[in-house]
Design a protein around this ligand. Structure first.
Ligand code: FRU
Length: 484
């Protein structure tokens, strides 16, 4: 197979009719056809949001990575553009892996990892490359690639895992963070600097796992927020800690301080970015309004995705979320742009609830805003996508102050439960929930914690129920269909 941008686009155009619609999301970014993973090159450029992504158009499985490309005026409605990068050079022949975007003198630059398989036993090398575009659509790879060569990896660090460049500018210089590991089970982050984008120098290793944070770090993203430096990254094979980090691979953030002279990123603690089943490799950008926006791949590696069989597509992006510093933590909020997509509003309030209640509304593509007052209830919550035996259960237990997302009866695909501790506020629990065909995103207490998961219910599972074990009050229940 000759991997070129043109071949990829032509293949997709010819095969698109095969797509099965059943689980395709309506107001989330998904690929036109085939496989999608990490968000890449997220940027607000020339008045539009650009999102690139890891893309294998030929089958709904991971393969030699291309960069898919979509643009949006509001991060909700996306238009697909031609494939931006194909693995068509010697230095990236087995994949154009994840990376980021930046603007310079009106041009759009992409920096990405070239992946080269060197042997039969999954040995590989990785390097960093740049491509540039005048129009934000067609990209040319620099003649100087690779701009960071495998030989520029310092000693004592994996000579294989060296990927996912995220570029940022500080004090007139370009910096890039890269994910790696020490070869002995600890993930780490490397920092390089350039003044001209072609010559890059190693500055230092700015952070390393304390032994509990996974054996390889992927997709680092280092940015400033309200005078702090924030590091978001995706540790592989991080062991669970209490209710947290139960997925095979996780995401975490640290609020700290980057000291470039000392080449250290110091931080006190780390927190999960999301508490659900399907959230990985997030990337952030800022827009003209100064918001810091984060999007992630709404999947988990090394699981079977039901649409891989017979549906011709796999993978989706989460909703874009605004990252806000609140006290010592980050909160993640849905963007206000989502409100323009609300249709058929429904509202009810002050319902005394005991047992199960069918709500008067239903759907598979909607937003809910629900406020519960716990009163004497031991457990209360919502059942979504209900029909017959099928249901997806979101519940809260007062005694242990835990919120649960249970997808054991959600349909086909993986089951399981994720839990997280969160306190009631003045006796109230506020939920903002987005359902889109095969996804559920739950913003708890104004985004203090978010749970993101994929589910695959039957098309008939449209019911919405509330329930309470003991008596509680639904202070308010609002529902909108979400439409394009
Ligand atoms: C994260 C990741 C990256 C890599 C890409 C390959 O999900 O493993 O580290 O660049 O996916 O598709």
């Amino acid at each position: 197979m000759l991997y070129t941008r043109e071949n990829a686009d032509a293949f997709v155009a010819q095969r698109k009719y095969l797509l099965k619609d059943e689980y395709r999301l309506n107001y989330h970014l998904i690929s036109e056809f085939g496989w999608m993973n990490d968000p890449n090159g997220f940027i607000y450029y020339n008045g539009e949001y650009h999102m690139f992504y890891q893309y294998y158009p030929y089958q709904p499985v991971w393969g030699p990575m291309h960069w898919g490309h979509a643009v949006s005026p509001d991060l909700m409605t996306w238009k697909h553009l031609p494939v931006a990068l194909a693995p068509d050079q010697t230095y990236d022949r087995d994949g154009c892996f994840s990376g980021s975007a930046f603007e310079r003198d009106g041009r759009l630059y992409l920096m990405y990892t070239g992946h080269i398989v060197t042997g039969t036993d999954n040995d590989y090398r990785q390097n960093q490359n740049i491509a540039v575009s005048e129009d934000g659509i067609h990209f040319e790879k620099l003649a100087a690639n690779p701009v960071i060569r495998t030989e520029q990896i310092p000693a004592g660090v994996s000579q294989k895992d060296f990927r996912d460049p995220k570029v940022f500018e500080r004090d007139g210089a370009y910096y890039v963070v890269l994910g790696s590991n020490d070869g002995h089970g600890s993930g780490l982050i490397l920092l390089y600097r350039s003044f001209d984008l072609v010559d890059w120098n190693f500055i230092g290793e700015i952070a390393r796992s304390d032994g509990k944070l996974g054996d390889n770090w992927e997709c680092p993203d280092l940015f400033e927020l309200d005078g702090h430096d924030v590091l978001v990254m995706s540790p592989q094979r991080m062991p669970a800690q209490g209710d947290d980090y139960h997925n095979v691979h996780s995401t975490t953030y640290m609020i700290g301080r980057l000291d470039i002279l000392q080449s250290t990123f110091s931080y006190d603690r780390y927190e999960p970015v999301d508490y659900g089943f399907d959230y990985y490799a997030p990337q952030t950008t800022t827009d003209e309004r100064g918001r810091r926006i984060i999007m992630a791949w709404m999947e988990t590696w090394e699981t079977e995705i039901p649409t891989q069989l017979g549906h011709y597509w796999a993978g989706a992006m989460t909703l874009p979320r605004e990252v806000v510093l609140q006290g010592e933590s980050l909160v993640f909020k849905p963007l206000e742009e989502t409100k323009a997509y609300r249709k058929n509003g429904y509202e009810t309030s002050d319902i005394v609830l005991s047992g199960i209640k069918d709500m008067d509304v239903s759907g598979d593509c909607y937003e809910l805003e629900v406020v519960f007052k716990a009163d004497q209830a031991e457990e209360f919550g919502l059942k979504l996508r209900v029909y017959g035996e099928e249901e997806t259960v979101l519940s809260y237990r007062q005694a242990e102050e835990k919120f649960r997302f249970n997808r054991d009866k959600s349909g086909i695909g993986l089951g399981g439960e994720r839990r997280t501790r969160i306190a009631m506020k003045d006796g109230l629990l506020a939920l903002n929930i987005f359902v889109d065909k095969s996804s559920v995103e739950v913003f708890i207490q104004g985004g203090e914690k978010v749970m993101t998961s994929r589910i695959y219910p039957s098309t008939r599972s449209l019911g919405i129920q509330t329930y309470s074990d003991g008596v509680c009050t639904i202070v308010s229940f609002k529902k909108w269909d979400m439409m394009k």
